[in-house]
Design a binder for this molecule. Structure first.
Ligand code: ADP
Ligand code: MG
Length: 441
């Protein structure tokens, strides 16, 4: 079997900040035996990303990081910094380690200054830089403290400040939070993401090694999952969820469980067919625009008769409706993926064409599937499922709707949701008892 040791981003046009090309790493043990810990690895750190390497202990994560940083020369293969081979330490890299690696006889400022030893800055400029990074990581007042006087979290802040002082574009972090308590780790994660997002430092990209899957999904814009014997890249997933990430959200959990499945070998990933990670759209709660289903379907049919593409204002004239109403219908149809609205043109999508060409039951099924993708629909179903009989009074649901969408009219939102949900056979509504219930088919 061919091992998928291919990081899928190698075709990007921009030169990666750091890159390993066909790297194999062997070590000779004391017994004289040689072990191969990485084999034919291709890995690139793109500009502007947080690349996370995760995987079981011994899969070669740290070894990859050390090779990219220039701390280790690989047995076979090429390592590039900004497209160019380098000797010794990678000039674009600064490093932060799990064990902080602070010198006990130097103060906080002294330890941070270690990062500037080779720098051409004047003594005064160095001092200013140290003050600035102390400020960035929240260590004001601790300049003259010694490592033994600091908590684990503070020590790691010193390690981070030392890296920041170097003004390098690629920050390399090897299990930087694993020696810290949960809350401190959480705070530092947020701060590092903030430093990266805010562009307040020289950092363009981050490569982070962690065996903690939640941490990987919380930080990574791309996650590479490694496997053992020999170390290999098994899987790559792009994570577009917005920062700071909500660990309780369904999309977050979906990525976590996907990565776990790969780690526990429950799925054998196929790198070529990259898994379609949950995108942002499911994360935002939006109301269905207040238009009737049958009217919207009529609108789609007329659009098809017009060749599938028409100016919104011309269509409004044909339908003898005002253009605002037509645009509201278009936005409902767009939410369901049936039309696109580039500028003021309304255009049937492929899904839209399939919809108008299908029969009533297929249409219902298509609306059913599209509705299920909407966050609001997911929330409503979860709410109904909490009840034993899957049934909630409409009046009570209005309170939930108001909580989810404080800026919309709850009644209008719920009425629209009910009639679309009825059409898609997701939910039902009992006119006598005024209750909404799950349609269990
Ligand atoms: P990870 O960080 O994923 O836990 P490492 O990159 O530290 O894994 O190590 C990968 C494998 O290489 C492990 O089996 C480890 O024992 C071995 N290894 C790493 N460095 C050396 C070394 N200097 N000499 C011998 N074996 C090593
Ligand atoms: Mg390691």
């Amino acid at each position: 079997m061919d091992l998928p040791n291919e990081d899928t981003n190698l075709t990007d046009k921009e030169t990666p900040l750091a890159e390993m090309q066909d790297v194999t790493q062997s070590f000779t043990l004391e017994t004289g035996r040689s072990i191969t810990v990485l084999e034919h690895i291709h890995l690139a750190v793109k500009q502007g990303e947080i690349l996370v390497l995760t995987g079981p202990s011994g899969s070669g994560k740290s070894t990859c990081l050390r090779i990219l940083a220039g701390l280790l020369v690989p047995t076979i293969g090429t390592v590039l910094a900004d497209g160019v081979p380098f000797e010794g330490i990678n000039p674009l890299v600064s490093l932060v380690f799990q064990n902080f690696s602070l010198l006990p006889w130097l103060t906080v400022a002294g330890n941070i200054g270690l990062g500037l030893e080779a720098s051409p800055l004047s003594a005064k400029e160095k001092e200013e830089k140290i003050t600035r990074v102390i400020d960035l990581v929240g260590l004001e007042g601790f300049e003259d403290a010694y490592p033994k006087e600091l908590s684990g979290g503070m020590k790691q802040r010193v390690g981070l400040a030392r890296a920041l002082a170097m003004d390098r574009p690629l920050l390399c972090l090897d299990e930087p939070f694993s020696a810290l308590d949960v809350l401190t780790a959480e705070t530092l994660r947020r701060e590092i993401v903030h430093l990266w997002v805010s562009h307040s430092t020289a950092i363009q990209s981050i490569i982070l090694v962690t065996h903690n899957v939640e941490e990987a999904v919380s930080l990574g814009s791309r996650i590479l999952v490694m496997g053992t014997s020999p170390g290999q890249i098994r899987y790559s997933v792009t994570n577009k969820l917005p920062y700071p990430r909500e660990e309780k959200s369904p999309a977050f959990k979906a990525i976590v469980s996907r990565v776990r499945d790969v780690l526990t070998q429950e799925i054998i990933p196929d790198l070529e067919e990259e898994w379609n990670a949950p995108s942002l759209e499911a994360e935002f709660i939006v109301a269905i625009p207040p238009v009737h289903v049958t009217e919207t379907i009529g609108f789609l049919e007329i659009l098809a008769k017009e060749g599938g593409r028409i100016d919104a204002f011309i269509l409004a004239k044909r339908l003898r409706r005002d253009s605002v109403h037509v645009l509201i219908m278009a936005s409902a149809a767009e939410l369901l993926g049936f039309v696109d609205t580039p500028k003021k043109i309304i255009e049937l999508t492929e899904e839209g064409w399939k919809f108008v060409r299908s029969h009533i039951n297929d249409r219902k099924q298509k609306v059913h599937n599209q509705l299920l993708r909407l966050k609001l629909v997911q929330l409503l179903l979860q709410r109904l499922e909490k009840e034993l009989d899957g049934m909630v009074e409409k009046e009570l649901l209005l309170v939930d709707i108001h909580g989810w969408l404080p800026n919309e009219q709850p009644k209008e939102t719920l009425d629209t949701l009910i009639q679309w949900g009825r059409y898609g056979e997701l939910i039902g509504y009992n006119d006598d008892t005024k209750e909404v219930y799950i349609n269990r088919g």
